[in-house]
Design a protein around this ligand. Sequence first.
Ligand code: A2P
Length: 278
Amino acid sequence: MPKQTVPNVTLNNGVQIPQLGFGVFQVPPEETQRIVEDALEAGYRHIDTAAAYGNEAAVGAAIAASGIPRADIFLTTKLRNGEQGTAREAFGHSRRELGVDYVDLYLIHWPVPSRNLFAEAWKAMEELHAGGEIRAIGVSNFLANHLDTLLQSADVVPAVNQFELHPTFQQPELAAKSRSLGIAVEAYSPLGQGADLDAAAVTSVADGHGVPPAQVVLAWHLAQSTIVIPKSANSGRMRDNLAAVDVVLTPEEIGGITALEAGARIGSDPAVAAHSQM
Ligand code: A2P
């Protein structure tokens, strides 16, 4: 079966990122290598991990075992909250865990405003980026006020803001603000960790197209230029999700899914999330 062609999004520094990637949040380290090998075999070429997930080494092992050229894989990892004061060392540790010479995208995982260290971390990341060890730098879980604070001292505008975004929790103002600054929006928990797949507005569209509900939700994200990183431990569902790139929704179908907004946050609130949480 031919592999799906995933479109690229061009980030604000010209780097291209596959719009549909594979996330490994909550994937246990002992299962991660097998799962990432399956994802690469299915055709994913964008893998999203984090130091805090504890599975970087397994991600790196899967990439090495796949035999796929490093340049053909877009690899994201994230700075652990407790290491914002030592970002350079933390990045070196992640790079060694992953077993790679460079990382494609490195994100500040959470702003942790109570520590007031993210602007300092950003300076270290700017230096690593200038040195060629990171192709693009960005943030995760940054709310509007965190972006404003960062931009007061930043020389490099973040390439990406990765935050919780799914039909029942869309954060439209944050997405619009990020985009207005030239920051690409990347959705984590794009399926609402599976919870948004049973909504009638999703299942009716899925039935109409003869596709699984997850493809409809992912196609809804893709239609809005959002980068998505669904995860699945199951190789059949991995392939289902990748095939979302071939699903084209009508404006009415997109509107019906957008109307599911319910303020249903699943993860932590970045305004208060403490560094001990990740
Ligand atoms: P599983 O790993 O058993 O496939 P999110 O990416 O929003 O965090 O969602 C991940 C959750 O959604 C996981 O529980 C995953 O379960 C489930 N999931 C992923 N893809 C699909 C799919 N195509 N159909 C149904 N459930 C899915």
